[in-house]
Design a protein. Sequence first.
Length: 160
Amino acid sequence: MSLGNRSGLSLVAFGLLALAAPAPADGQVIEQSAGPKPEIIQGTVGVRTMLIRSSAFDPFSGTDAVPQVSLSIEHPLLRSGSFVVAAGFGTDFGASSSEARGVASSLSLWRLAAVVEGRYYARPFTYAFARLSPGMPALYLPVSRPEASGLQVVRPRPMS
């Protein structure tokens, strides 16, 4: 066999292989639903500030603000098109400290809440929401003795 015959046979073999290969499919389309992408659980972390405009809060802060960290976890329950109703739990924790009558004072706030949230998905990755979050607050007010802070305590003497 000469070199010319080999190249001719190679071309014929390559042509037969090309004809035997499957043709690409016409118009392959991946369709996406218009509704939101299903999610199993959603967690959120955030920072917020709570304003307390009461004189009872003045011994615990120089301002009326308490910075807080908020955490929540939710699970979608109902879906209808672009609307979703989700439920879960949330918690907030914040603390503030100051000085009252020369003694250090501090206040810690903690709240555990049930969360119900309605969402409207404008796009698969963007939604507007309204949240109802009734909760139970807990306050922690540590009491320190003035003697422990180095202040002199003057006690009235009993009258004789």
